[in-house]
Design a protein around this ligand. Structure first.
Ligand code: NAD
Length: 319
């Protein structure tokens, strides 16, 4: 284990207790770096040795096991690929010596802060398990991508009891520029998937409109100039415009390099679909968007920006 740095008095993290940071991937790595820069005492852990090496190269102290990272932590922050990874880590692997879960390992009253994007039901289950084990739980998924994680400009959508929200707010404000308390356990995940369902559906709608405009002889700029100042206005059009030209910073101008990758949109729409099914909402467009982005991701779009869906629509319209 490498030693965590001692916080300097006067910096935001100096008042806070030690943080165990589990999951040092594309998002978690830069988020942990920002906490260290703000003076937090951070011990990182990841199951992939290369992620630990990168973290150490950026000044993050690391542990050899999750249990070692969690020992003595006041906050256990997780940034993992899925709800299964989270629940397995919380519970541990039954029957395997030395594999007891984080909830059993942590000191009573530890604050478990999960920033991964997972199912709402899994977030609620994770919080129930944490509370039943004598801990505190917060779900705080993010938007803003790797660029936002590096720049410390993420948006956090938070599900927590009011006092736990206030406890994590200063930390989240180090890693993000907007922190919204959405309600109690699971509400952060709920807000995230509802927002991304709007985004997935609206990107498909904007892309279909541009391809229809092409067929009708409209220039991209003419449709943009009208729709961006009319009732078709939305983020998918005015910030992440799926055609090159009207918004020079949109991924369409760099051959759909992400941005927000198709695989992540497909994942988030699957989480929305699960929530639509478990709540019995009679949605049509959400499930259809999930199906459309599943195919997009499976057929070469996983690593492209999700606005690249327009090329699929155009290809299927060529006859
Ligand atoms: P990633 O795969 O790069 O990182 C996840 C890390 O978790 C990996 O390094 C993996 O080795 C590690 N891990 C897995 N199981 C572990 C365990 N038991 N203990 C410790 N580490 C473990 O993924 P990412 O892009 O950083 O995304 C993380 C989460 O953030 C996901 O839920 C994703 O949906 C969400 N998210 C990602 C983005 C983005 O743009 N990448 C944007 C918003 C939200």
């Amino acid at each position: 284990m490498s030693e965590p740095s001692t916080p300097e008095p006067g910096r935001p993290g100096a008042q806070a207790g030690p943080v165990a940071f589990l999951g040092l991937g594309h998002m978690g790595g830069p988020m942990a770096i920002n906490l260290v820069k703000a003076g937090y005492t951070v011990t990182g852990f990841d199951v992939v040795p290369a992620a630990l090496e990168t973290a150490r190269a950026h000044g993050i102290a690391t542990a050899d096991t999750a249990a070692e990272a969690v020992a003595g932590a006041a906050v256990v922050l997780t940034m993992l690929p899925s709800g299964k990874h989270l629940l397995d880590a919380y519970r541990g692997t039954p029957g395997q010596p030395g594999q007891s879960g984080l909830l059993a390992t942590a000191a009573p009253g530890t604050l478990f802060l999960d920033c991964s994007t997972i199912n709402v039901d899994e977030a609620r289950e994770a919080a129930e398990l944490a509370v039943a084990a004598g801990h505190r739980a917060v779900d705080a998924p993010v938007s803003g991508g790797v660029v936002g994680a590096e720049a410390g400009t993420l948006t956090f959508m938070v599900g927590a009891l009011p006092e736990d929200f206030e406890a994590v707010r200063p930390m989240l404000e180090v890693m993000g520029k907007r922190v919204v308390h959405c309600g109690e356990h699971g509400a952060g995940q709920a807000a995230k998937i509802c927002n991304n369902m709007i985004l997935g559906v609206s990107m498909i709608a904007v892309s279909e409109a541009f391809v229809l405009g092409e067929k009708l002889g409209l220039t991209h700029q003419a449709l943009f100039d009208v729709a961006s100042a009319a009732s078709g206005q939305c983020w998918a059009l005015t910030t992440n415009c799926p055609v090159p030209g009207p918004v020079p910073t949109s991924p369409a101008n760099r051959d759909y390099q992400p941005g927000f990758a198709g695989a992540l949109m497909a994942k988030d729409l699957k989480l929305a679909l699960n929530a639509l099914q478990s709540t019995g909402v009679a949605a049509r467009l959400g499930p259809l968007a999930s199906e459309i982005y599943d195919s997009f991701a499976a057929e070469g779009g996983a690593g492209r920006d999700f606005s690249g869906i327009i090329t699929d629509i155009r290809d299927r319209s060529a006859h």
